[in-house]
Design a protein around this ligand. Structure first.
Ligand code: BG6
Ligand code: MG
Length: 219
């Protein structure tokens, strides 16, 4: 029998809320300013990746090199545009079924944590009024190694006091699924099976999803 699930660790962008589209729009605007073509398919590479690493990837696409001060300025500009979208957000942007699933976990005393690469995670959670669901929040301000390094999820498990093998991670990024596995955790991919095929289970979203759908992972 496989280890029981005692905790669920959620990525934020693209899992709880569709902020992935706002990251894309802000990066695309920045790329356009530098005459770099940047499509939604290119954006797939940026999912789950830190802000610094994302800009590095975009600059590499355009074969552009920047001085450190310019690099910092571009990151700040992108974040300013991203936050313009974030401050417009309301709780109705929480993805369908997420709240019901979190309520179900709480009712079954399954512990809940957030493991996100974003430095804006608390701002986003407050904006959508979901802060109180998460017992432990590990975000981009608390980690030194980006996904696929498992640090963000291991810290979340440690914060909860639950062993990695008793945790399940929900992720929309290929690098996030890899991070979960490298941390000895099971992963549920939220999105397309073509991208998240390494996960133990891939779901299109949380609508109609319930705790019993995780049974195959434990039996
Ligand atoms: C991740 C997103 O959750 O956070 C990435 O998937 C993003 O696209 C990263 O770059 C860092 O976010 P932020 O808000 O700190 O720029
Ligand atoms: Mg994500």
């Amino acid at each position: 029998m496989k280890a029981p699930i005692l905790a669920c660790i959620f990525d934020l962008d693209g899992v709880i809320v569709d902020t992935a589209k706002y990251h894309f729009l802000a990066w695309q605007r920045l790329a356009r300013e530098m005459d770099i073509s940047f499509t939604e398919a290119d954006n797939e590479q940026l999912k789950g990746v830190s802000r610094v690493e994302s800009l590095r990837i975009i600059l590499e696409m355009g074969q552009i090199q920047l001085e450190e001060a310019q690099f910092e300025a571009k990151m700040a500009q992108k974040n300013e545009w991203f936050l313009e979208y974030i401050y417009q957000m309301s709780p109705d942007e929480v993805l369908p079924g997420v709240q019901a699933f979190l309520d179900e976990l709480k009712a079954h005393h399954i512990r809940i944590a957030l493991g996100s690469a974003s430095k804006n995670a608390l701002t986003i959670l407050n904006q959508i009024k979901m802060r109180d669901y998460f017992e432990v929040i590990v975000d981009g301000n608390l980690i030194t190694a980006a996904k696929p390094n498992p640090q963000v999820f291991l810290k979340a498990a440690e914060g909860l006091g639950i062993a990695p093998e008793n945790c399940v991670v929900f992720e929309d990024a290929e690098k996030g699924v890899e991070a979960a596995h490298r941390g000895q955790m099971r992963a549920i991919g939220v999105g397309a099976p073509e991208i998240l095929g390494e996960a133990e289970l891939v779901i299109p979203g949380f609508a109609h999803f319930s705790l019993s759908d995780l049974n195959p992972l434990t039996h």
